[in-house]
Design a protein around this ligand. Structure first.
Ligand SMILES: Nc1ncnc2c1ncn2[C@@H]1O[C@H](COP(=O)(O)OP(=O)(O)OP(=O)(O)O)[C@@H](O)[C@H]1O
Length: 258
């Protein structure tokens, strides 16, 4: 049964239609990757799923409930979000920022319990941040900062993780490790929804792919059925080939004449 669904959702900004008549349904246990060219509407779609923007038509349902009837705290217990743009965060330490992920379960004045702190330490270790735990988050590289935001959503314990381009700014090793981690979180029962611009990694790790084009779903389904080079070539407007090896698909572009 779907845990998160969009039912004929439409959205416009400044008189321009950005998303039109989108119907999607995702289950727990899925790693969903949304692919699309710049400006296709991916971030807009994620914000609607999170209740940060309201659809003009249609509705979003989470765990059977209409999102428009839920409070921010109720939504935060259901869904954790890593936005594409950096939040402007106060100069707290890395450990304190990650600890903010426990806020939906407590209060700012009460502080973190020992149990909360051990969750924070585990997330720091998992994301290779233990050595940076006391560093102010204003003194981090882009990729380190991105991993701090990921650790923060890990401790939020929400059944749905929504990540807007979580691979951007990560070095190659951390991209591979992060995709493996997200796949594992999905396998353990969470619903993970992410946007990405890396078809190879998406093909390898995602269980469900959505191709978003000009605010519409061009295709969706398992990577093997949705992601072939002819379709992706038309989708991204470049020439592309693919090569299958050991169950993995490699996409190769670069035949364009400049
Ligand atoms: N405040 C706004 N007013 C008008 N148009 C907007 C506004 N915010 C976004 N848009 C437009 O909505 C469309 C979708 O934007 P969105 O950020 O969802 O795209 P995206 O697929 O996430 O792109 P990217 O890959 O570049 O991050 C774009 O054409 C963008 O210019």
């Amino acid at each position: 049964m779907a845990f998160l669904s969009l039912d004929s959702v439409g959205f416009a900004r400044s008189g321009r239609v950005i998303l039109r008549d989108l119907s999607l349904a995702f289950r727990k246990g899925e790693l969903v990757s949304i692919l699309g060219a710049n400006g296709a509407g991916k971030t807009t779609l994620l914000r609607l799923m999170l209740g940060l923007s309201r659809p003009e038509t249609g509705r979003v349902l989470v765990d059977g409930k209409d999102l428009s009837g839920l409070s921010r705290q109720q939504i935060a217990r259901l869904m954790a979000y890593v936005p594409q743009n950096r939040d402007v965060l106060p100069p707290y330490s890395v450990a304190q920022i990650v600890g903010l992920g426990r806020l939906p379960y407590g209060s700012l004045t009460r502080g973190l319990s020992d149990q909360d702190m051990s969750r924070v330490e585990a997330a720091l270790a998992l994301l290779g941040l233990a050595d940076l735990r006391d560093r102010p988050c204003t003194a981090l590289s882009g990729g380190e900062y991105q991993r701090v935001l990921l650790a923060r959503v890990m401790v939020q314990d929400a059944p749905v993780l929504v990540l807007d381009e979580p691979l951007s700014g990560l070095d190659y090793g951390h991209q591979i490790r992060l995709m493996a981690l997200l796949e594992q979180l999905a396998r353990e029962g969470r619903l993970v929804i992410m946007t990405a611009h890396q078809p190879d990694l998406v093909y390898r790790h995602a269980s469900h792919v959505v191709l978003l084009e000009h605010g519409r779903v061009l295709a969706e389904g398992q990577p093997e059925t949705v992601m072939d080079s002819a379709r992706l070539a038309a989708f991204y407007g470049v020439s592309l080939r693919h090569h299958d090896h050991d169950g993995q698909r490699f996409f190769m572009g670069g035949d364009e004449k400049s």
